[in-house]
Design a protein around this ligand. Structure first.
Ligand code: CA
Length: 518
């Protein structure tokens, strides 16, 4: 008989900047009281994985510094070796939007990265798809049930005859009627729906299902396509039209319209495209304290490589950059970009104020269990996804990205809303980092999921595409993992399936609608 051998773990800490007075525990199951940190204090209490330890004595009211930024002030004395968590810190106010540094941190012109390509579907407007998908757009939720039945038959009866088409999706949404469509906020959901239908993965094909009496009429949704047209249009099925007698005729019409679009889509072929045709949207969800130490810095390095290769990279999530706005305005390529950044922050501050909330409403119970004490700490870890390149432009919510390089797409941080707005902005690959774990996926673009911890990557081995926990364990550098992610992006853009695609895991599109419902 023998007792199980106790597992001896060498305490491992991650300190983000030399001046930080806290570090996070890297060990998988946390560390017990009495654990000795090399060149640091002995833990006074047990500290869970991802949570912070005071590296020196922090007096009451003293600054708690991580990422070189004050993430809070101590509400009581915190001796070296203490657990530093939400209840022992007070959150600082958000930086004022007046007198921010503008273009004070110019980035030297990056060395171009030549020779990287992927196999994509080039569209007439110059954009490039990474998938070849038939999309059924709709003006209003009323038609969603009919569109779904038609979609099921398209998948079963038509798609097998069009082998070059990757799939068919219905672009569901809860908008289109019962809303104050002339209110200022309404332009966001309307533009979002218009631009999602133009995502490069749909090949420039638009087929629209409308009810007939809804507020969001086809010519309002897509003025260029449906303006000055008579009652019939080859890309439109309107269920209330008199020609429809019974449900079957509606389905027949949608199927017939789908067939003409499938014939064109089926003629598309992948061709060699430069990496500069990529439009990569990055975001995080279910974050923990490792997000900002492993996965997000690796995404930041991949973002730098993409930008150097001429691609477009969009980072987003207003409440997760608000506390770092001074870093962003300093990195803006021009004063106009800095002004656009400030305008989006001010608009969102006001939006939250009207709802009697502020940026601190962002953090979740899971974030806090994962070691993120407040939105300041979460934001500092989130913002590193943007890498180090100059910010070339700002995409307001619902708009399509028009510039190349690193862009700030102003979206809420909520995963589905952010992904939906990045789709509208024209992304053709989505990068999603997670620490707590989420099975998130989209039907419209491939989503590459990056785990912040190896423990999650092991348990969710058939959901996570990349394990960034190897940075915490010392098996890989941030740069090596960023390079690996960059190469994976090119492979996935060329057709390699992500785990979410393999299983068919698909989340709903969720519109950002700041306007009133009637
Ligand atoms: Ca998010």
């Amino acid at each position: 008989m023998h007792s199980p051998r106790p597992t001896v773990q060498v305490p491992r800490m991650i300190r983000m900047r030399a001046g930080d007075n806290v570090a996070i525990v890297a060990n998988d199951r946390g560390l017990p009281a009495g654990a000795r940190i090399a060149d640091g204090p002995t833990l006074l209490e047990a500290i869970p994985q991802g949570h912070k330890v005071a590296l020196c004595d922090i007096p009451e009211g003293g600054a708690i510094v991580r990422y070189g930024v004050v993430i809070g002030h101590a509400t009581r004395p915190l001796p070296a070796g203490s657990w530093v968590y939400e209840a022992v810190m007070r959150m600082p106010p958000a930086p004022s939007l007046d007198e921010l540094p503008i273009c004070t941190a110019p980035v030297p012109e990056p060395e171009p990265l030549a020779g990287y390509t992927f196999q994509g579907y080039r569209n007439a407007d110059g954009s490039v798809g990474t998938r070849n998908i038939l999309a059924i757009a709709m003006t209003v939720q009323c038609v969603a049930g009919v569109a779904d039945i038609a979609l099921e038959r398209i998948r079963r009866e038509l798609l097998p005859r069009y082998p070059n088409v990757d799939g068919a999706v219905a672009l569901h949404h809860g908008y289109g009627c019962g809303v104050a469509i002339d209110a200022p906020g309404a332009s966001i959901p309307v533009k979002t729906l218009r631009h999602i239908a133009q995502n490069p993965n749909f090949g420039g094909e638009v087929m629209l299902v409308s009810l007939g009496c809804e507020k969001l009429q086809p010519e309002r949704l897509m003025p260029e396509r449906f303006k000055d047209r008579g009652e019939t249009h080859p890309d439109l099925v309107r269920l209330q039209d008199e020609r429809h007698v019974g449900f079957g005729s509606m389905i027949d019409d949608i199927l017939a319209m789908a067939e003409t679009h499938l014939e064109r889509l089926n003629r598309r072929r992948r061709e060699t495209c430069p990496a500069s045709d990529l439009v990569v949207g990055v975001q995080c969800g279910g974050s923990d304290a490792f997000s900002g130490a492993t996965a997000n810095p690796a995404v930041g390095h991949a973002a730098d490589l993409l930008v150097r290769a001429g691609a477009t990279v969009m980072f987003s999530e207003v409440t997760e950059v608000r506390d770092g706005i001074d870093q962003l305005t300093a990195r803006a390529a021009t004063p106009e970009v800095a002004r656009d950044l400030i305008r989006e922050m001010a608009w969102y501050d006001d939006y939250l104020r009207r709802g009697q909330a502020d940026r601190s409403a962002n953090t979740t119970p899971g974030n806090k269990r994962g070691g993120l004490s407040n939105i300041v700490e979460k934001a500092m870890g989130s913002i590193v996804k943007s890498g180090t390149m100059p910010i070339r432009g700002v995409v307001p919510p619902g708009e399509r990205a028009r510039d190349k390089g690193l862009l700030y797409a102003a979206t809420p941080a909520g995963d589905f809303v952010c992904g939906t707005l990045q789709l509208a902005a024209g992304m053709n690959v989505h990068i999603f980092t997670t620490g707590r774990g989420t099975p998130y996926g989209l039907a419209e673009v491939p989503v590459i999921k990056v785990a912040t911890r190896s423990d999650l990557a092991r348990r969710w081995h058939d959901l996570m595409d990349i394990d960034a926990g190897r940075i915490a364990s010392g098996e890989a550098s941030i740069e090596a993992l960023g390079q690996e992610l960059f190469e994976r992006i090119l492979e996935v853009a060329s057709g390699r399936k992500t785990w979410a695609e393999h299983w068919g895991i698909v989340n709903d599109l969720v519109l950002f609608n700041p306007g009133p419902v009637t």
